[in-house]
Write a protein that binds this ligand. Structure first.
Ligand SMILES: Nc1nc2c(c(=O)[nH]1)N[C@H]1C(S)=C(S)[C@@H](COP(=O)(O)OP(=O)(O)OC[C@H]3O[C@@H](n4cnc5c(=O)[nH]c(N)nc54)[C@H](O)[C@@H]3O)O[C@H]1N2
Ligand SMILES: Nc1nc2c(c(=O)[nH]1)N[C@H]1C(S)=C(S)[C@@H](COP(=O)(O)OP(=O)(O)OC[C@H]3O[C@@H](n4cnc5c(=O)[nH]c(N)nc54)[C@H](O)[C@@H]3O)O[C@H]1N2
Ligand code: SF4
Ligand SMILES: [Mo]
Length: 748
């Protein structure tokens, strides 16, 4: 399909703002404006930008032309300055008094937090407290929290919103290659002949990367875009093939694609023989023949019947993906991760690359799109989940604990060998009273958790003590808190972010925090001192924490110990592994000649050194139903997600006039035939209910909706789609199934 000019404009308009402006030189003066190098604080694309400030006000941002985004920003990034001075900025600490809040001094508020945590630990043990963090915190902040809780307070109850987001991608990578994180990079988008975009609305959720895909397609080398999404989306507009199917049927479709690849000889026999191992169920010692045998029944016809799509489309997708001599890159996001089969379906994407050998060459890579700007750098790499320790180490491994105890200077045996509670279990522990105190940083679980009313009650339970650090108040979480601490925002502090492609950036401070707000790192150091762990967090500045972080990464598969602060200051982002001062960084991991950990004389072109045998594993993973399926009582599928203009719970983007006006209220999109059957017209109020809860939305009758599927946007604090969603989790990643549940809909 050739893109019309109109389509091109429509799909890229969102990513053009500000790009035409001339770029300021590093930290140059421009009239009265000071320019400071930074990164967009929204999505995992991680666009480099400059922050322009006059006096103590941020007045503008400009895309960094020397960074991967080539100066481009989307509308959200372009409008960042507005959030800093929003009227609901929280400017001083608050302590709950009855049903309201009272202004408090920092000393009073922190004194209370410390006393409550101390009391809970003394009475009930370390696991009575917990930390719930974010893929939007700075690496230094998340590192400090992880260290304080795991090495100081001695609980592994450290989790965060990446559990709602990237946990299945992480477990997919680890299960297949032995280590987390994509091996490819954004440059691969410039070399891909085929894009397999599955469960990702890239145009709205990663607009600047989408622009790069469109540009590649415009270059006109017969580039094919395949989109697998139940809905027609802004992304599927550029698709040569859009496969719409019943939510949750991707496993069947991906297995059928693999079936076609084998049946039509589109596989790479040598690559499989040398570089791949096979597994099924929990067993890794299988053969290629076993795998092919398991695939035999996974025909396109069977998949199409189950999924409600055309068998020919599955065959076509497989042929395009597998065509010899052409490159293929796959991109996926929450349509795959937020599933009770999230890990399995991730692995089925990896399978396509491994059986065709389309991996580790420019243009061929399985590239999981990361949601948040620092879910990779801060949380996944930094090991700030309940089962992890920094840089590929895990709580359950005695040697890893011993390494971290040594690095952290605590006595052997300090770190508990028991993994902590992953997100949903953490909030359930608050519900059943086992967890007494929870510290929430840079996330809004009172709106973003699945089946949220249940956990909203848990946060307000008698005897539960909730501390929230927030830049705004009230939010749907801060309204539930016992103490709310005012946090400095993005341009008001300094630290490192790591985005989708293993690229680390330094964000420099442009202005002072407003009011009495403090950077989260300061607040954590203060708390540590009050809890008697000041020695663990002695950081006077984020740079001191960074120096320590470099040491914890040294010698691991993540080694970025050459990324000194000075180097980050000068660079426009650096990709790890980067194990020494002079090392240029690594675009393609596991690849001989590129990755410093693959010996130059390695006999094969790749080495998956995360696994003992150096091979990646192709797992056979059969189709399974989602955690809840439609039935007579709840006959419609319900799915939720994003729009271009808004960021998650809307606390920031709803503070931008233009974005708020562009999209004010979350709509429930439904197919014209569903609407007609239910007597619903565009703009009517509808009540959507599931077995867990109900919410009303304004209806949008949308041609692009799939028959039988309702989609609701998640940004609206006044219409909580998470009252309806399902809190069932993937058995391995523990990531909840936000993308699929069963509902009924009636006119309100
Ligand atoms: N504008 C904006 N951009 C963002 C964010 C934001 O809040 N706003 N948040 C960031 C974050 S943290 C994240 S995680 C990403 C999320 O980015 P995406 O995952 O791209 O966004 P979503 O809209 O959540 O979901 C993507 C698609 O999954 C589809 N889907 C639903 N069920 C299924 C299924 O069973 N199979 C398949 N294949 N697809 C399905 C939905 O129809 C939807 O179009 O966006 C990041 N970027
Ligand atoms: N229904 C449904 N629910 C979902 C999803 C879905 O697809 N559907 N997606 C899930 C996913 S993938 C994600 S990532 C989550 C996101 O869910 P959340 O993390 O809960 O959403 P955000 O709005 O990003 O919340 C970040 C909060 O941090 C505050 N903040 C900003 N900067 C700072 C700072 O520097 N310090 C501090 N302390 N606070 C700050 C913001 O004001 C905001 O309230 O939502 C999940 N929930
Ligand atoms: S694409 Fe993502 S990182 Fe880039 S400007 Fe937009 S929101 Fe920010
Ligand atoms: Mo996310």
């Amino acid at each position: 399909m050739a893109l019309s000019r109109r389509d091109f404009l429509k799909t890229t308009a969102a990513a053009s703002a500000l790009s035409a402006l001339p770029a300021p030189a590093l930290a140059a003066e421009d009239g009265d404006t000071r320019w400071t190098k930074s990164v967009c604080r929204y999505c995992g694309t991680g666009c480099g930008l400059y922050v322009g400030a006059r006096g103590d006000q941020v007045v503008a941002v400009r895309g960094d032309p020397e960074d991967h985004n080539a100066g481009f920003l989307c509308v959200k990034g372009a409008l960042l300055p507005q959030i800093l001075s929003a009227p609901d900025r929280l400017l001083h600490p608050l302590i709950r008094k009855g049903n309201g809040f009272q202004r408090a001094s920092w000393d009073e508020a922190m004194g209370l937090v410390a006393a409550k945590f101390q009391e809970a630990i003394q009475k009930f043990g370390p696991d009575a407290v917990g930390f719930y963090g974010s893929g939007q915190g700075l690496t230094e902040e998340t590192y400090a929290a992880n260290k304080l809780f795991k090495a100081g307070l001695r609980t592994n109850n450290v989790d965060g919103n990446p559990r709602l987001c990237m946990a299945s991608a992480t477990a997919g990578y680890v299960g297949t290659y032995g280590k987390d994180e994509p091996m490819g990079c954004y440059e691969d988008l410039d070399h891909a002949d085929v894009f397999l975009i599955i469960g990702s609305n890239t145009a709205e959720a990663h607009p600047v990367l989408f622009r790069r895909i469109v540009r590649r397609k415009e270059a006109g080398r017969n580039v094919k875009v395949i989109v697998l999404d139940p809905r027609r989306t802004a992304t599927s507009r550029i698709a040569d093939l859009h496969l719409s199917f019943k939510p949750g049927a991707d496993l069947a479709i991906l297995n059928a694609m693999a079936h076609v690849l084998f049946a039509e000889g589109l596989v790479d026999d040598a690559f499989m023989k040398d570089q791949v191992a096979f597994g099924e169920g929990a067993e890794a010692n299988k053969t290629r023949a076993d795998y092919e045998k398991s695939l035999a029944a996974c025909t396109p016809q069977a998949a199409a019947a189950l999924a409600g799509c055309n068998a020919e489309d599955i065959v076509r997708a497989a042929r395009w993906f597998g065509e010899k001599g052409r490159t293929a890159t796959s991109l996926w996001c929450m349509g795959l991760n937020q599933r009770t089969q999230g890990v399995w379906v991730n692995q089925l994407v990896h399978n396509l690359h491994l059986v065709t050998g389309k991996i580790g060459v420019p243009g061929s890579t399985p590239l999981s799109l990361t949601g948040q700007p620092n879910a990779c750098g801060g949380v996944r790499d930094g090991g700030a989940l309940s089962h992890l320790l920094p840089y590929g180490r895990v709580v359950a491994n005695e040697k890893h604990r011993a390494e971290m105890e040594k690095l952290w200077g605590v006595a052997p045996g300090t770190i508990s060998p028991k993994p902590g509670l992953p997100t949903v279990d953490l909030f359930r522990a608050l519900e059943d009273g086992k967890l007494k105190c929870l510290y929430v940083m840079c996330t809004n679980p009172g709106q973003s958790l699945p089946n949220v009313d249940r956990y909203r009650k848990a946060m307000r339970r008698e005897g539960a003590f909730l501390v929230v650090t927030e830049a705004f108040h009230p939010t749907r979480t801060s309204e539930l808190a016992d103490v709310v601490l005012p946090a400095a925002l993005w341009a008001e502090k300094e630290g490192v972010y790591g985005c989708t492609e293993r690229r680390y950036h330094l964000l420099e401070r442009a202005v002072a925090p407003r009011g009495e707000a403090r950077p989260d790192l300061d607040i954590l150091c203060d708390l540590a001192a009050r809890l008697g762990h000041g020695k663990l967090l002695p950081f006077k500045a984020p740079a001191e924490a960074w120096t320590e972080i470099l040491e914890t990464a040294r010698g691991t598969a993540y080694d970025f110990s050459g990324m000194t602060r000075a180097r980050l200051q000068q660079s426009h982002g650096l990709l790890w592994p980067l194990p020494s001062a002079g090392h240029p960084g690594t675009k393609r991991r596991y690849v001989r000649g590129e990755d410093p950990f693959v010996p130059a004389d390695h006999p094969l072109r790749m080495k998956f050194y995360g696994r003992p045998d150096g091979r990646a594993v192709v797992w056979f993973r059969p189709q399974r139903d989602p955690g809840e399926v439609v039935d007579a009582a709840y006959p419609l599928w319900f799915t939720t997600g994003r729009v271009l203009e808004h960021w998650h719970t809307g606390t920031m983007t709803r503070n931008c006039r233009e974005l708020r006006h562009a999209n004010a209220e979350a709509l429930a999109e439904l197919h014209p035939q569903d609407a007609a059957r239910l007597g619903v017209k565009d703009g009517d109020r509808v009540r959507v209910s599931s077995r867990r809860g109900a919410e009303t939305f304004r209806a949008k009758v949308a041609e692009g909706a799939r028959l039988g599927v309702v989609f609701v946007q998640m940004h609206d604090p006044d219409h909580l789609c998470n009252r309806v969603t399902h809190d069932a989790v993937d058995p391995v990643s523990r990531q909840p199934e936000f993308k699929i549940c069963a509902v009924k809909l009636e006119k309100a």
